[in-house]
Design a protein around this ligand. Sequence first.
Ligand SMILES: Nc1ncnc2c1ncn2[C@@H]1O[C@H](COP(=O)(O)OP(=O)(O)OP(=O)(O)O)[C@@H](O)[C@H]1O
Ligand SMILES: [Mg+2]
Length: 328
Amino acid sequence: MYKAFFKLRQNPFEITPDPSFLFPTQGHNEALAALYYGVRRHKGFVVLTGEVGTGKTLLVRCLLQLLKSSDVAFAYVFNSRLSALEFLQYVTVDFGLVAAGKNKSELLLQLGSFLVARHQRSLTTLLIADEAHLLSAEVLEEIRLLTNLETPHSKLLQILLVGQPELDEKLDSAELRQLKQRIALRSQLLPLDLDETRGYVVRRLQLAGADSHANALFPKETIKEVYLHSRGIPRVTNTLCENALISAYARQLQSVPPEIINEVASDFRLNVTGKARVDEAGRSDWKELWQAVKTLLELHSQLRGDAPSQQQASMHPFLGAGKHQPIV
Ligand SMILES: Nc1ncnc2c1ncn2[C@@H]1O[C@H](COP(=O)(O)OP(=O)(O)OP(=O)(O)O)[C@@H](O)[C@H]1O
Ligand SMILES: [Mg+2]
């Protein structure tokens, strides 16, 4: 509706997690590097947590883009309201195997043979559970048992659990202490700071087609208001900015004044806090790997035909959400 008025090609503040809109804050970069490292180095269990709307699913999609041309087969579970049996059935089918008519032990046997066969061909197999904070203790225990499939040297199945901070609490419970001990890598995604929020808004506007007017559209004072109300949560920032653009358009304003953000914010009751951090024993090790990831990202940018600056090179490396294609 407002695109022509603001000279934009597309909507800058969609709330669907689109990898081509990634704004690589240090926190997002580090978390993505940790995920990539955990999978490529067969670390076994990797956990990513973060507040609602901080970009966890977006990072999973970015990871899948990075792994797209490699030898990684993955199952992606995002419906957490499953029983243990339904979970196994879902994973089996997502790996391209047959689940119909099989009982639990048959499913496990089939999965085991599949993992061994892939391991013998030096192929990586990954299970991703998004919204994992909603998984029952029963399903989490089933996942732990899957990590028992291993050789003396390597885990046959790489597992990535992604969820809101309640997942950390769940993993801290006595009931799940065996699972907790198996986690090789933990990463936490936190909200953006003020500068990052500014970069985030401008970057999304640029990717949507704004050129030199990207900064003018949301002046400094306006971004401050966005940050105050969103507290650095990207999804909330998107909602505020999207509604602010609609309001500004309705009033035929070429620039969004801070008052509009206040008005939009008063329609929403928003309350989140935090700051980014990543934990891992071999931090320097995966930082080294991040250099490799960065090179990959620069290649992606070049493939897109961009002439990226040093900073931009890693900004939009992913060419769309990508199709989830299991490699059997
Ligand atoms: N670094 C980023 N760059 C660009 N967009 C981002 C970034 N981080 C988050 N977003 C955007 O914020 C919105 C929310 O992201 P996403 O759905 O990945 O959050 P989430 O952490 O998975 O939330 P939930 O806990 O509700 O599942 C999406 O539109 C996503 O594209
Ligand atoms: Mg999500």
